[in-house]
Design a protein around this ligand. Structure first.
Ligand code: GDG
Length: 486
């Protein structure tokens, strides 16, 4: 593949700007799979990352200090960081508003949670234009521009409106909804048209890809040429390639961490403090798409239907604070805590509490210790683009005794369906039955399933994902890309 400079455009930069207690500004490196995966590629290609710093322009440190912090970030990451500054109103209407009150719920099939406030759209356009302007100022026409996620759908369109010629790719991290749901979006033509302004559009799964193609056919009646691994949408003034590129994790990082002495010690101490029982793990960002109340109620139903589980099973539910200043999320937190309280109040006996509830972000090592030691992972979102927890659990489960119970509505199910136990998160009875069956599964079956899951994820890791996308985007064919046949 030819070596082109890469520009990644995402809502957030891979560094976080923080004000310490004494008023001094600091930068901290961002975490997560995308940062880990793209870091080496960006370094190797003299790349740049354009994004928002997560602060309101009105509150940011003064110009020279900010520039100094950015320079430090650039030195530390090894590639250029280019911040986009947003005002408080822009953050409210583009990010909290259009992105998180309209696109997020709609694309997760939760139409009734959408707030189609008319004042959001102009800000969504305005901020996407700002990002496009940052691309104009920081790239040249030999660069490959890779835009990430639902907050920035219009960047490709805005680049064209600014008269800019760039080869562009776009990846959607969340699901793409089916036609009957997408049709409800008041800006459905604009959003679909804007997606077709990129040269390559990637989705998490073939199901998302099919939904998108279905919408294009219904709303635009464009011809779609099928190829082995991708589709080509033929517009009157050009074509766009669309494909499925299931995202993954840095497998090696999780496996290596799970093998360290510190993690082994933490894992041992978790089980030591909860003796003679199997541990079931749930880890989620606080979000209504993750199905946390449904899962807790299914666990309670299992305790009700299968009394042999009592005293022998504990559910550890980690909820990571997210979007905490949004009322809806505050309400969800209260609902979760009420349900946990009720279940514990109802079933707790001396020496046994059925649910251990943790509401904070865990250090990576501790998270991996839970992944390594818990016998079952319950990953049951109502809908999810992929769900990385499912893959991280397998990568960290080095003793290969764990069982993954996975929602059929997580993108990960499209890859892991053979060896995970699939459930419908709305079906409380089947969830309860599956938890009970998992607890009784023999060691050799557990091991065979987990071994296959681990082997698959190891082969299809995040590096493979980056390479596949760039190969398709830059070389404009998928060659031997192995993951998404349709
Ligand atoms: C979007 C899509 C898609 C979680 N708790 C802790 C912690 N985490 C980290 C995990 C994992 C990440 O957060 C969560 O990733 P998910 O994939 O589950 O979910 P979203 O944040 O909703 O991400 C999703 C993803 O984009 C990628 O395309 O899979 O479908 O919604 O990496 O490790 N990390 C630490 N402590 C915690 O307590 N350190």
């Amino acid at each position: 593949m030819e070596k082109r400079r890469l520009a990644v455009i995402s809502n957030r930069l891979p560094i976080v700007l923080k004000k310490e207690q004494r008023g001094k500004w600091q930068i901290e490196p961002g975490s997560g799979g995308l940062v880990t995966a793209l870091g080496p590629v960006l370094k190797n290609r003299d790349g740049i990352w354009i994004g928002w710093m997560g602060t309101n322009a009105e509150e940011e440190p003064a110009g020279p200090l900010l520039e100094d912090l950015i320079r430090r970030g650039t030195r530390e990451t090894g590639y250029s960081l280019k911040p986009v500054h947003l005002t408080k109103e822009e953050v409210n209407k583009y990010y909290h508003g259009f992105s998180n009150e309209i696109l997020w719920p709609l694309f997760h099939d939760l139409f009734s949670r959408c707030n189609f406030d008319l004042s959001y759209w102009p800000f969504y356009e305005q901020v996407n234009r700002k990002f496009a302007q940052a691309v104009v100022s920081n790239t040249d026409e030999n660069d490959y521009v890779w835009v990430q996620d639902y907050q920035l759908i219009l960047v490709g369109r805005e680049l064209k409106r600014l008269g800019l010629k760039r080869q562009t790719g776009y990846f959607l991290h969340i699901p793409f909804p089916p036609l009957d749901i997408f049709l409800k979006l008041p800006w459905r033509f604009e959003i679909l048209e804007a997606l077709m302004e990129y040269d390559l559009v990637g989705f998490q799964t073939v199901r998302d890809l099919r939904n998108f193609v279905g919408c294009v056919r219904a709303l635009f009646n464009y011809k779609v040429a099928k190829e082995k691994f991708m589709n080509r949408i033929l517009r009157p003034d050009g074509e766009v390639l669309v494909g499925a590129f299931p995202i993954s994790i840095d497998y090696r990082e999780f496996e290596d961490l799970a093998r360290t002495g510190e993690v082994a010690e933490m894992a041992w101490s978790i089980h030591e403090n909860l003796p003679n029982r199997q541990l079931v793990l749930g880890v989620d960002r606080l979000d209504y798409t993750k199905g946390i109340p449904h899962r807790l109620l299914a666990f309670a139903h299992a305790l009700e239907c299968y009394p042999d589980m009592r005293r022998k099973v504990t559910l550890i539910q980690v909820v990571v604070p997210s979007r905490v200043d949004v009322e809806e999320y505050g309400n969800l937190k209260q609902e979760i805590e009420r349900i946990v309280g009720e279940i514990n109040g109802r079933f707790t006996e001396v020496g046994w509490t059925p649910i251990h509830y943790i509401y904070r972000s865990l250090p990576r090592q501790e998270l991996v210790a839970y992944y390594k030691t818990c016998e079952i992972a319950l990953v049951t979102p109502l809908k999810d683009g992929m769900n990385l927890i499912a893959k991280e659990y397998c990568a960290s489960n080095i003793e290969e005794k764990g069982i993954l119970i996975l929602s059929e509505f997580a993108g990960a199910a499209s890859q892991l369906h053979r060896d995970a136990l699939l459930v419908n998160p709305y079906d409380r009875q089947r969830m309860a039955d599956t938890i009970h069956a998992a607890l009784r599964m023999q060691d050799d079956e557990r091991q065979a399933r987990m071994r296959r899951l681990r082997r698959f994820i190891k082969r299809h890791d995040i590096i493979n994902w980056v390479n596949s996308f760039l190969h398709a985007g830059i070389a404009r064919n998928l060659g031997d890309f192995p993951q998404a046949e349709f």
